[in-house]
Design a protein around this ligand. Structure first.
Ligand code: BYC
Length: 480
């Protein structure tokens, strides 16, 4: 069997030779029932018996790695899949640059590595928990199926991290794997580890914004971990990125389709002013200023996931060769950064200004800057749709200082253009920038399920093409 093929004979599909690794196989089989219990308790509510047209990874060959079929979600074949090992791979950055990559955990970096794996692992089930009620208000079977696809793959990403913990981190890895099933998104006593993963995803606009913005943080972090000198982590993340692309596709096209429907409805009704909010809402679509507010919310929550502007954790992880930069291999410098600087936006004397900081300590910001550029590409595609239909409006990402809870700007209040506001001004203007209770009520009022094949809720346009090239009226979910 080659690494491209996946062994489907046992309980846990894999391409890591579990069949001849009795210890890890036993550990994962022991963890499996707890995972299934977690999925049944915290996974998509109300659809566990439904047949869902899902893709399942059956290979890690980039040319044909997935197959599509109807599956009941609890029977999805969650597996452990690593991208193929590259011969002679060297550590690409940090103090060990140029040395052979590690196939085992380097003792001196064990704690740091475990923390990175645990944080990554914790986000995966968290997002499933956040999205568990959305199936009930899906705007179409197509969207419902995409939601469930994202959910089962986040579940698989949890498996990916749990495999690393079980295989490489002994007893404490086993304990961490258990704890990943115990924490709960939003639980006051046992919350998930990072802020954005304890927020709610109450409606479908939020879901699409989350998959656009927060899954894109996932992409950036996985890209940085895919550079790792710890080869099993690199290989795991490389394969996760293959699946992650679809999640961002769901987010980007979801918001595009909402924008398209809004603009088309406005055009049909002869409304050209996007700020005629009540008139637009009467058409049963979401007005563009409210879409902007949701983007402001999800972008700012996601920026918090990049950590502090100046971070010794990030510096240490890079120096050690554990977590690199976005597309490290394409960067043209010494890949060690010991004497380099990087400009970081900071709050100095009450003003937001750039300060040159040691490049190693500024790595969270470098990744965040790459992230913002990537987001802007997607936002430009949204704006193209608005422009083509001829509505005078542009979605714009807010300033990085806006609505922050981690880092420099958590100490201040800034508006979407980065102007510092007094606490009173912030309280007064907050709902100009972020969804108000009335905005939330309006969006909620639209969240009525549409479960007839080929039909879509009033506020979202149909997709251009179906999943797996299926026709428009394909029954993506056979609701039990
Ligand atoms: N919330 O030195 P700092 C995804 C803590 S998304 C709460 O700046 P560092 C996905 C921090 O832990 C990608 N606490 O931190 C998307 C530290 O605490 P300790 C997930 C926070 O380590 C959608 C202290 O503050 N993957 O995959 O440089 C659906 C000092 O901070 C937060 C990763 O994040 C926060 N937001 O940066 C499904 C990759 N931020 O240790 C999935 C792995 C910071 O001093 N993680 N703190 O007690 C990392 O690389 C880094 O840990 C972080 C933080 C970028 C998260």
């Amino acid at each position: 069997m080659t690494i491209q093929q996946v062994d489907y004979n046992g309980l846990i599909p894999n391409n890591v030779g579990l069949g001849s690794d009795a210890r890890v196989k036993r550990a994962l089989e022991k963890w499996h029932p707890g995972y299934i219990n977690w999925w049944k308790d915290m996974g998509p509510e109300g659809f566990q018996e439904s047949l869902v047209y899902l893709r399942t990874a059956v290979s890690v060959d980039p040319k044909g790695w997935a197959k599509f079929d109807y599956v009941r979600m609890p029977e999805y074949r969650w597996g452990v899949l690593l991208a193929p090992q590259r011969d002679d791979r060297k550590i690409p950055f940090g103090t060990h640059k140029g040395e052979d990559v590690w196939q085992d955990v380097p003792g001196e970096y064990r704690a740091m590595l475990r923390r990175l794996v645990v944080i990554q692992g914790d986000t995966e089930p968290a997002s499933v928990e956040q999205q568990r009620y959305l199936g009930k208000t899906a705007p179409s079977l197509y969207d419902m199926r995409n939601l469930f696809q994202v959910n089962v793959e986040e579940g698989r990403h949890l498996w990916a991290m749990v495999y690393l913990l079980q295989k490489y981190f002994g007893t404490d890895g086993r304990e961490e794997a258990e704890a990943l099933l115990q924490r709960r998104s939003g639980d006051p006593d046992t919350p998930r580890m990072l802020g954005a993963f304890n927020e709610q995803t109450p409606d479908w606009l939020s879901f699409f914004m989350f998959t656009f913005f927060t899954d894109r943080d996932g992409k950036m972090q996985l890209e940085a971990l895919a550079q790792s000198g710890f080869d099993p982590l690199s290989r795991t993340c490389r394969f996760m990125l293959t699946e992650e692309a679809h999640h961002m596709f769901v987010g980007e096209t979801g918001v595009t389709r909402i924008i398209q429907r809004t603009c088309e409805a406005m055009k049909e009704a002869g409304i050209s002013d996007p700020y005629e909010i009540e008139k637009v809402r009467k058409l049963g679509v979401i007005d563009l200023p409210t879409i902007q507010k949701k983007a402001n919310l999800h972008f700012s929550l996601t920026l918090d996931l990049f950590g502090n502007e100046i971070s010794t954790n990030a510096a240490n992880a890079f120096h050690a060769g554990l977590k690199g930069r976005y597309r490290e291999h394409r960067l043209d410098d010494d890949h060690q950064l010991e004497s380099k600087t990087y400009p970081v936006l900071r709050l100095i004397d009450g003003k937001i200004q750039n300060e040159d900081s040691p490049a190693l300590s500024a790595l969270n910001m470098r990744l965040r800057d790459d992230y913002v550029a990537d987001c802007n590409n997607g936002v430009a595609r949204w704006n193209k749709v608005i422009e083509q239909i001829g509505i005078p409006f542009q979605i714009k990402l807010p300033h990085v200082a806006f609505h922050r809870h981690i880092g420099e700007f958590s100490r201040t209040n800034a508006d979407v253009d980065g102007n510092i506001l007094s606490p009173a001004e912030w309280t007064h203007q907050r709902t100009d920038f972020l969804p108000s209770a009335a905005d939330k009520d309006f969006i909620e009022s639209l969240m009525k399920p549409q479960t007839e094949p080929g039909k879509f809720a009033s506020w979202i346009a149909p997709p251009k093409v179906g999943i797996d090239n299926k026709p428009g009226d394909f029954e993506y979910v056979k609701i039990a």
